[in-house]
Ligand binder design. Structure first.
Ligand SMILES: NC(=O)c1ccc[n+]([C@@H]2O[C@H](COP(=O)([O-])OP(=O)(O)OC[C@H]3O[C@@H](n4cnc5c(N)ncnc54)[C@H](OP(=O)(O)O)[C@@H]3O)[C@@H](O)[C@H]2O)c1
Length: 239
């Protein structure tokens, strides 16, 4: 029996797919969610009935509130939950530009997309001290033109933090990132929206969850691999 993997934002979409994939690999799970309680419960029920013997804990946290992650991990440890893999997947993806005034959105994007992975990484290193961290960034961290100004700034910081923590936390913790491109349409859009955008990228097609899961597995299997961002994006980071 393997130890636990904690996946933030795992009630739906990419986080859910990563959770189910890791369950298939035999990991017990801590499924973090914020507002999607019913969806998170369904993922837990499906995994527990589909993969007998696996243990699944639900962890509800709103990242916009004050949280003591050292304490949260200590409490999990007391329940004999040893987290071996931390996947920072939760995010907030909001359009913004230079015309908007104020810094409220910047605070929100920085908190959910950067500060929380930063704090979770520190707490993970302190309390567990060993394992793997995977940070979900975005292929758009390679760009300097954006309609998601605050989101992209927060993800750029997460990309650099991935590299810094890979150095600082080696050799006991490997830290890598995945930079998805056109994988799942944002809320309110369908696949045709992504297919249109795909005409501007080298491979002229869209990706899927399976491609993301291959990257997750490659990172976990590759013991000589740290501090890198795997762009799963049809070459979008190049253009
Ligand atoms: N989808 C893509 O094609 C794509 C492309 C590029 C990059 N990415 C990156 O890949 C990762 C996964 O993408 P996704 O589209 O699956 O993510 P998503 O649906 O945008 O968000 C995942 C989860 O984040 C959680 N979250 C949002 N605000 C929160 C808060 N205040 N506190 C705690 N949790 C909060 C939500 O949980 P609840 O539902 O429980 O509230 C949500 O289900 C993200 O980091 C994203 O930036 C994705």
């Amino acid at each position: 029996m393997k130890n636990y993997a904690l996946i933030t934002g795992s009630a739906d979409r990419i986080g859910k797919a990563v959770a189910i994939h890791l369950a298939k690999q035999g990991y017990n799970l801590v499924l973090h969610y914020n507002s999607s309680k019913e969806k998170a419960q369904k993922v837990k029920d499906d995994i527990e009935s589909g993969y007998s013997g696996l243990k699944v804990e639900l962890l509800q946290i709103n990242f916009l509130k004050e949280n003591d992650f050292n304490q949260i991990f200590q409490d999990l440890k007391k329940k004999k939950i040893t987290i071996e893999i931390l996947v920072n997947c939760a995010s907030d993806f909001i359009k913004s530009n230079f015309k908007e005034e104020g810094s409220e959105l910047l605070d929100k994007e920085m908190t959910i997309n950067f500060k929380i992975p930063y704090l979770l990484t520190k707490a993970f290193a302190k309390v567990y001290g060993k394992g793997n961290i995977i940070n979900f960034v975005d292929t758009k961290v390679t760009k300097n033109s954006t309609v998601h100004l605050d989101y992209i700034l927060s993800k750029k910081l997460l990309k650099d933090f991935t590299r810094i923590s890979a150095v600082e936390l080696a050799p006991d913790i490997r830290v890598n990132g995945i930079g998805p491109g056109l994988i799942l349409p944002p809320e309110g859009e369908d696949e045709s929206y992504l297919m249109n955008l795909a005409q501007n990228i080298p491979l002229k097609t869209i990706g899927n969850l399976e491609e993301i899961l291959k990257a997750v597995q490659f990172i976990l299997d590759s013991k000589f691999f740290t501090g890198q961002i795997l762009y799963i994006d049809g070459g979008e980071h190049l253009v």
